[in-house]
Each structure stands twice: as C-alpha cells, then as structure tokens.
Design a protein around this ligand. Structure first.
Ligand code: PEP
Ligand code: MN
Length: 337
C-alpha cells in the first residue's frame, strides 16, 4: 500500500504515524519527492483497512499496490533514483558509459583500453575477471589476478571499476571493486542477490536470457529488500527465435522498466547483438529510447580477444561511436558523466 501524505504534514506527527505502522508489523519506504511525500508500506497489508488510513488527518490519500515488487516500484518512489559510483552519477538525466574488455587479459591490455575509453568519454571501466562461459573449456578469466589488474587500471586512470561476481564466496575479493556486476546467467541466483543486497556497493544487475521484466524487477527487489537500493538495471538482449544475432535487444524494456521502477536502466548493445558493427545503431537507439547509460565492450585487438571478440569495438571505433553519441545526448537533454 502507498500512503500519500498532505503537503504540509508536520514531521513529528509523520514520525509518530510511522512508528505506529511499524508497531503493526510493516516496514516503511519513506520517499520525500519534490511534489509528494509517500510512505510505501511493505508487509501483509491485507490486514489494514483503507478507511483507517484515510481517517488520519496527515493522509491525503492511499492506494493498494498490486505488483509484487515494492521497493523497486515507481509508485513507492516517483522520482528517478540516481545511483552514484565514485563520482559518476547514473540516472535522473545523468548518462554514464561503462566500457572495457569482456575479459581482463593482461596489465598492458587493461591499462591501454582504460586510457583510451576514458579519453573518449567512458567514465567507468568494465572488465571481466571471473567469466561465466558456456563451455568449461573456454577461457575462464584471470580471476583474482584479473581483479588486481583492474585495480592497477583504476590507479592509472581514476575510473571506478565494474566487474562480475559469480559466487558469494568471492565477495571478500571484491571489497574494493566500485560496482558489482551480476551477470545474466545469475539474475535468479537468489542467494547471490541477497549477498550483494547485504553489502553497500552499487550493483549492476543484468537481465536473464529469458527473464520477463517482472522477474527482472523482482531480482532487483531481492537486492533492495536486504537494504541495498543502489541498483542499476541492464538490458543486454534476450533469447528469441531469431538466429542472425546473438540475442535480440528488447529496446522496449527501457520505457517499460522506467514505468515499472525508479531505478536507472542501461543498455548493453555488445552482448545484445554479438556483432561489433551493430553496436553503434543499437547504442543510438538506447539513447533515443531513454536509457541512462551504456555498457560497451572495447578491446585493443578484438581479433585476438580471449572472449567476445566479434562484438568488441577497437578503441578507434569507440572514439567514433562516442563522437556520434555526444550530440544525440545533448539533443535528449542528458548529461554525459
Ligand atoms: C559480460 O558483461 O561480459 C557478460 C558476461 O554479460 P552477460 O551476463 O550479459 O552475458
Ligand atoms: Mn562479454
């Protein structure tokens, strides 16, 4: 249930009302926006009568929320959430580009790519250290050493780093990672979601290969329910009957997710198509449809990449892409940061 409070309701009385509601067993999502002050009630609200809520002089109106996601629900929090990673803001008009190789391969590679993508306008450095590969015989990532190389690259450029966590046991290794990525294949690994919900770093949650948008948002809800509300959603293409691309980019997920939730939504055009030449048109579409950012794979030598070379841009191609995106971002009133 959401309770919309009157504009000038006194704070002390609101606090007392919240205490009363907590005493009844509800937890409260308190969202004070520019226009409205909303209390989102989480718990078994069937036991509470609307007439009882409406009788309170602080209350303007109240409504039941039928969706199973509460903390992520835009009805609970009408304003866009801005997720901050280091100095970089994502959401609420702030557009962030996170770029780097699919896999960290060597210090020279990650530092060179970090420098180039930063120069072109990417504010966050991505790079996989623990890699979820379809085949156990494929390169599995440099693992802990890969994380160490990501830290070196951060020291060289100052860019915050984002990298994938596949296992709760590895969490201690991720202590000074700036943003934790939960990959598509782990979107419904609920224990992993709870574990990243219990820590404080922002989380980049990628949509599962065949997850509905409601399932996707419920996975964000798992993280938020544990206390971590710094979640960015990433649409990265879904499985369809189409075979000419690696996945099918669900571009309509962006406006729909923004209607359903208040969380920032970014697009990963690299994994979506699996084709480097398609990154540019899909990235442009992402900006036009209202995404809050992009995740793009860039490799210093895509032909030699140990993973996902076919979809990776080289640094020159990334320069050209960013040059095209800048005027488009300006047109749509987004700030690149
Ligand atoms: C990745 O970002 O390298 C990755 C493995 O992505 P996804 O989980 O979307 O497949
Ligand atoms: Mn990849």
């Amino acid at each position: 249930m959401i309770i919309i409070l009157k504009q000038n309701a006194p704070r002390a009385q609101i606090d007392a009302f919240c205490e009363e509601l907590r005493g009844m067993g509800f937890s409260i999502n308190d969202s004070q926006g520019a226009e409205t002050h909303i209390l989102g009630l989480i718990g078994d609200t069937k036991s509470i009568a609307e007439s009882w809520v409406l009788a309170n002089p602080l209350v303007e109106t109240c409504r039941r929320v039928s969706e199973p996601y509460k903390k992520a629900n835009r009805k609970f929090h009408p304003d866009d959430t801005v997720v901050q990673v280091g100095d970089v803001k994502i959401g609420g008009g702030n557009f962030a580009v996170m770029s780097g190789p699919c896999s960290v391969e060597s210090e020279a590679q990650i530092v060179e790519v970090a420098r180039r993508v930063q120069k072109a306008g990417a504010s966050l450095l991505r790079g996989g250290a623990f890699k979820p590969r379809t085949s156990p015989y494929s390169f599995q990532g440099l693992r802990a050493e890969g994380l160490e190389l990501m830290r070196h690259a951060r020291a060289a450029t100052g860019q915050p780093i984002v990298t994938e966590l596949m296992n709760t046991e590895h969490l201690p290794l991720f202590e000074d990672v700036d943003m934790i990525q939960i990959g598509a294949r782990n979107m419904q690994n609920f224990e992993l979601l709870k574990a990243v919900g219990r820590q404080k770093k922002p989380v980049l949650l990628k949509r599962g290969l065949s997850a509905t948008l409601e399932e996707f948002v419920m996975s964000a809800e798992y993280i938020m329910a544990e206390g971590n509300e710094q979640v960015v959603l990433c649409e990265r293409g879904i499985r369809t009957f189409e075979k000419s691309m690696r996945n099918t980019l669900d571009i309509s997920a962006v406006p729909m997710l923004k209607k359903m939730t208040h969380l920032p939504v970014i697009i990963d055009p690299s994994h979506a198509a699996g084709l480097s030449w398609m990154v540019e048109p899909l990235a442009k579409a992402a900006v036009a449809v209202g995404a809050d950012g992009l995740m793009i794979e860039v490799h210093d030598n895509p032909a030699k990449a140990l993973s996902d070379g076919a979809q990776s841009l080289d640094p020159d191609q990334f320069d050209a892409l960013m040059a095209q995106l800048r005027p488009e971002l300006e047109f749509f009133g987004k700030t690149l940061n």
